[in-house]
Design a protein around this ligand. Structure first.
Ligand SMILES: *[C@@H]1O[C@H](CO)[C@@H](O)[C@H](O)[C@H]1NC(C)=O
Ligand SMILES: *[C@@H]1O[C@H](CO)[C@@H](O)[C@H](O)[C@H]1NC(C)=O
Ligand SMILES: *[C@@H]1O[C@H](CO)[C@@H](O)[C@H](O)[C@H]1NC(C)=O
Ligand SMILES: *[C@@H]1O[C@H](CO)[C@@H](O)[C@H](O)[C@H]1NC(C)=O
Ligand SMILES: *[C@@H]1O[C@H](CO)[C@@H](O)[C@H](O)[C@H]1NC(C)=O
Ligand SMILES: *[C@@H]1O[C@H](CO)[C@@H](O)[C@H](O)[C@H]1NC(C)=O
Ligand SMILES: *[C@@H]1O[C@H](CO)[C@@H](O)[C@H](O)[C@H]1NC(C)=O
Length: 447
């Protein structure tokens, strides 16, 4: 008996082209920052810079940096009226004598300090902050101006560690049936696919037609996460995320096979499309939600099979810790399912419909210093073996191991298998949850 796999990626209305959508985040003030606090003027080794959808919007990503030199976020100081940059200086104009004097006292340390700008003009480009290493600073009391001799640096050259907490990142809605919403729980991706009734999913020459009489797949995924990366030494110190998902799939499929196959076939699922969130110079990260519907089938000859399958997961949660595997936990993945499969002929056939739902996150940190993707795939699969006991293959062997229990009849063995696989591209892949439930094991007599 030959085995064939028909898989069909249903992505953005069955368009298989890859299509990434990128949203740039812009610098925003740290939430709860009190710009009048004198402590804002004091340089610190640990600073937190925030990013959101627009300058006046809430923070969505918190990037905390362990700096090699004490650093000052000029945007957090109320009493600075202007910051002017050129190739070798950063001029800071104070509008209060108190703040000017405090700056003179705090910034005149033996160590060089880093001035972090968010003032556009010549200081930095629109969606980025500027990092300037100041070697010496001249103080002009008459104009309340500090003029620092500076060298412009890349973030990677001024920080030793970065911690990124992403909890509320919204993503531009691509031109598909996906919707992304944000709440205090994290990012939510909603993906629904519903096909017009009697959509022909696949035809193979004149032998095979796979029709979706109905197909509804919906998934909603919320995630949040944390990443810590040591820039010196390029090592990932921590990466974990939480995914909460609800998933429902209802499929009605009809499969017509008019002759035995002579070729093996495979339609690969569509390529992943990402909703990329970009913080220029720091991180690009993108969640992707992908569905695939398919049927794995094996048949000796002409047959029509109809299948109605349904699977739902009400509240699946996974906490994936990629560096401390023992911390990975899953809960709520027990699926509810239903399946009926009928075949018209007394043929030996197996019809295994499946739905794959993958949630994948891609990260590119600091211009490629760290490049990985990680995610989970939920794989509900129904297997249905129809065995005609009288039928034999060309070697004279009956395929089923239990011909004696269903003599001269048709036996049906159905099972539901479900697994959740967590993966980090190339590095690691593990089945974190799996269940296999027998649904039917019956014998029908035909002869
Ligand atoms: C989409 O983004 C992913 C993840 O960063 C990347 O691997 C892929 O090459 C991108 N595809 C296109 C067409 O840009
Ligand atoms: C901000 O800091 C100043 C100076 O420390 C203080 O007087 C003021 O009450 C603070 N404002 C808020 C809203 O906490
Ligand atoms: C930003 O992240 C750092 C490190 O995780 C944390 O200490 C800090 O409280 C966060 N800041 C805000 C405003 O959430
Ligand atoms: C100093 O300038 C800033 C920016 O223009 C302004 O917000 C602030 O109120 C000014 N402070 C004083 C004391 O004038
Ligand atoms: C997807 O379907 C679910 C359930 O039918 C519905 O609640 C949700 O709003 C739909 N989402 C989108 C993006 O259409
Ligand atoms: C299978 O056959 C039964 C009995 O004839 C019928 O009630 C059911 O709807 C059929 N299921 C499918 C998927 O065609
Ligand atoms: C065959 O039947 C026996 C007895 O009914 C049962 O114990 C065994 O599990 C069956 N084997 C298979 C492969 O179905």
């Amino acid at each position: 008996m030959m085995r064939h796999v028909i898989g069909l990626g249903l992505l953005a209305g069955a368009a298989l082209a890859q299509h990434n959508v990128t949203t740039d985040l812009t610098p925003v003030l740290a939430p709860g920052c009190n710009r009048t606090e004198p402590a804002r003027i004091r340089p610190a080794h640990r600073i937190a810079i925030h990013y959101g959808l627009g300058r006046a919007e809430a923070s969505l990503v918190n990037v905390t940096l362990e700096m090699r030199n004490p650093s000052v976020l000029l945007e957090e100081i109320e009493d600075i009226s202007d910051v002017i940059c050129d190739d070798s200086t950063v001029e800071v104009l104070f509008n209060s004598t108190t703040a000017f004097n405090l700056g003179m006292a705090e910034w005149s340390t033996s160590e060089s300090i880093v001035l972090v700008t968010n003032h556009m003009g010549n200081c930095d480009t629109e969606n980025e902050r500027g990092f300037f290493l100041a070697s010496s600073i001249a103080w002009d009391e008459a104009t309340l101006t500090a003029t620092a001799s500076t060298v412009k640096k890349e973030l990677v050259d001024t920080a030793s560690t970065t911690e990124i907490t992403f909890s509320n990142v919204p993503i531009a809605q691509p031109a598909s049936k996906r919707a992304i919403t944000v709440s205090e729980n994290g990012i939510t991706l909603d993906g629904n696919i519903s096909l017009p009734t009697s959509t022909v999913l696949a035809t193979v020459d004149d032998y095979v037609t796979l029709t979706a009489d109905s197909a509804e797949v919906s998934a909603s995924v919320t995630f949040s996460g944390y990443l810590k990366f040591r820039i010196l030494g390029a090592s990932l110190e921590s990466l974990y995320f939480d995914i909460d998902t609800t998933l429902a799939a209802e499929l009605g499929l009809t499969l017509d096979i008019t002759a035995a196959y002579s070729d093996s076939l495979e339609y690969a699922p569509g390529a992943l499309s990402y909703n990329l969130v970009n913080i220029p110079g720091i991180i690009t990260f993108g969640p992707a939600l992908v569905f695939a519907i398919g049927v794995e089938l094996a048949s000796e000859g002409s047959v029509t099979a109809t299948a109605d399958i349904g699977v739902a997961i009400a509240d699946g949660n996974i906490h994936v810790d990629f560096l401390q595997m023992e911390e990975t936990t899953v809960s709520g993945w027990e699926p509810t399912y239903s399946a009926t499969v009928n075949v018209t002929e007394k043929a030996q056939v197996s019809v295994d419909p499946y739905v794959d739902v993958t949630v994948e996150l891609a990260f590119e940190l600091l211009g490629g210093l760290l490049d990985l993707s990680a995610g989970v795939t939920a794989e509900p699969r129904f297997s249905n073996e129809f065995t005609l006991s009288a039928a034999q293959d060309e070697n004279g062997q009956v395929d089923s191991g239990n011909a004696t229990t269903c003599e001269n009849g048709l036996s049906i063995e159905s099972a539901f298998e479900f697994s959740v696989v967590a993966f980090v591209t190339q590095w690691w892949s593990e089945t974190v949850y799996s269940v296999e439930v027998p649904i039917a094991d019956e014998c029908y007599s035909w002869l």
